[in-house]
Design a protein around this ligand. Structure first.
Ligand code: GLA
Length: 524
């Protein structure tokens, strides 16, 4: 590993000046407007978000950046400079940054390393120095720098380095977040230029997309961390409770739990992307979970990675300061059946611990210590759910030198994970398979129970035919109304999904047209 680090540092040294070192080197935490509002942003709404970041406790939990995404500027530069959109930001960006600062928060902005931003506002290619200076004058603390509308011949490293150097020149410490969607393996060069870099295309509010981004992150842990910079898995969708309605398979609560825990474990920046004006308590509690945040902000700063996979069962892990391990056992099974759980077992040797070492196991989402275990720990995990564990050795040797890439092979054949599921583990009072005889006797018992449950006849006599008819009619009416409501909601949800898909496609078309006008050959 040492040798790899030396080679990396030498290579990075050849690339040019390093970005200004930044703060404590921990993943950035905050709020970004894009996932919640897209281009529909304005100063009143941002001020309200700033207020809510304080009153909901997010700022004090560590979410300190409030970042504007695309569409904050006018469509044209004025005197060669970027200017705030007059209608939506009439007081100007400096005034907004001042307001955000007055709340004890930091202020972030968005730019683009091409001729236009993805939403067709002016880009900074060729204007790096003047734009960096403008940002510094406004009191910007964070720049997200996107990758739309750039030609292939404007080499990606040159474009991103130019803005890095321009930011350094201002002398103001500005967190530099590269957003080039994982193009040209930014993890191999971005540490030299900025503080975090996107490793994937945009996150979408669907389960399949969250799984895809997780797949893209596999094998990258050794290339980021404290002193290097952080892989950015893109902004959070935690709390966007409309997602489940938009998409039939959209994230539900357990999916939000998995999304949040794994983004935290990967040491990705944690950027809230939910409209805080309508957040519900369970989503807020999730975002405020101190122990998950502590994994993300751990002093050791080593990203987690996938350490084991068998089909839809997966284990991700990261070392923590002081020798403990953060472990996320996940069930990616999607089919909803009568068996909505699977057993997963993590073995100590997968975590670089001695096989007979005693370790305390804490269930983080459950908020409880589960006891002392040796050798392994098993849990039943529901579909799309996770067990997030802190496994801390209680006796030596303790070391925090273990890394996810030191573990057992991904295909390790451990006995517990190869054991065929047993019915007695999943079926209470299991008494063997059904036979014709046992089926008959069970049916008989059920009939007897049903007979006992029947209401004894009373002096009132049997209910009249009219009463029965009225009840049936009432139930049917309720059913029709309920069905109509559900159908309406579904149709609305699908319509919204189609609308947003159509809007996305229209945007793509506009960009493609613009690109062909620009004669741009490489895909964005
Ligand atoms: C790109 C980025 C997104 C967002 C939009 C804004 O798609 O990857 O995160 O900033 O542009 O247009």
């Amino acid at each position: 590993m040492k040798a790899l680090q030396v080679v990396l540092l030498l290579l990075l040294g050849l690339l040019g000046a390093r970005a200004l070192p930044f703060g404590d080197g921990k993943p950035a935490m905050g709020f970004n407007t894009w996932n919640a509002f897209r281009t529909d942003i304005n100063e009143k709404q941002i001020m309200k978000i700033a207020d809510l970041m304080v009153s909901l406790g997010l700022r004090d939990a560590g979410y300190t950046y409030l970042n504007l995404d695309d569409a904050w500027s006018e469509k044209q530069r004025v005197g060669g400079k970027l200017v705030a959109n007059k209608e939506r930001f009439p007081s100007g960006i400096k005034a907004l940054a001042d307001y955000v600062h007055s709340k004890g928060l930091k202020f972030g902005i968005y730019g683009d390393a091409g001729t236009m931003t993805c939403a067709l506002y002016p880009g900074s290619l060729g204007y790096e120095e003047v734009d960096a200076q403008t940002f510094a004058e406004w009191g910007v603390d964070y720049l997200k720098y996107d990758n739309c509308f750039a030609k292939r011949e404007d080499w990606v490293l040159d474009r991103y380095r130019a803005m890095g150097e321009a930011l350094n020149k201002t002398g103001r410490p500005i967190f530099y977040s590269l957003c080039n969607w994982g193009v040209m393996e930014p993890w191999l060069w971005a540490p030299q230029i900025g503080h975090s870099w996107r490793i994937t295309e945009d996150i979408l509010p669907t389960w399949d997309n969250v799984v895809k981004l997780l797949d893209y992150s596999v094998g990258l842990s050794r290339l980021a961390g404290k002193g290097i910079g952080h892989h950015d898995m893109d902004m959070l969708y935690v709390g966007n409770d409309h997602l489940g309605e938009y998409h039939p398979y959209g994230p539900f609560y357990q999916e939000h739990k998995m999304h949040f825990a794994l983004w935290a474990l990967m040491k990705s920046p944690l950027m809230v992307g939910h409209d805080l004006r309508r957040i519900n308590q369970s989503s807020l509690d999730l975002l405020l979970n101190k122990e998950i945040i502590a994994i993300n902000q751990d002093e050791l700063g080593v990203p987690g990675d996938l350490i084991w996979q068998q089909g839809t069962r997966r284990i991700f892990a990261a070392p923590l300061t002081g020798g403990a391990r953060a472990v996320v056992m996940a069930n990616f099974q999607t089919t909803q059946t009568q068996y909505p759980m699977s057993n997963v077992t993590v073995y100590w040797e997968q975590l670089g611990l001695r096989r007979d070492q005693a370790a305390g196991v804490r269930d983080i989402y459950g908020g409880q210590d589960l006891g002392v275990f040796r050798g392994s720990f098993s849990a039943a995990i529901a579909t799309h759910d996770v067990a997030v564990l802190r496994i801390a050795p209680l006796e030596g040797p303790t070391n925090d030198g273990w890394r996810p890439w030191h573990g057992q092979p991904l295909y390790a054949a451990q006995p517990a994970n190869l054991a065929v599921p047993q019915p007695q583990d999943w079926i209470p009072n299991y008494s063997g398979p059904r036979t014709a005889a046992s089926a008959q006797s069970q049916d008989k018992q059920q009939q007897q129970k049903a007979a006992q449950r029947q209401v004894p006849s009373t002096s009132h006599g049997p209910p009249s035919f009219a009463l029965v008819l009225a009840c049936v009619a009432a139930v049917a009416a309720l059913g029709v109304v309920g069905y109509y409501i559900v159908l309406q909601r579904r149709l609305r949800g699908w319509q919204q999904l189609e609308d947003s898909e159509a809007a996305r496609k229209a945007g793509e078309l506009a960009r493609m047209q613009q690109r062909s006008k620009d004669g741009w050959g490489n895909g964005a």
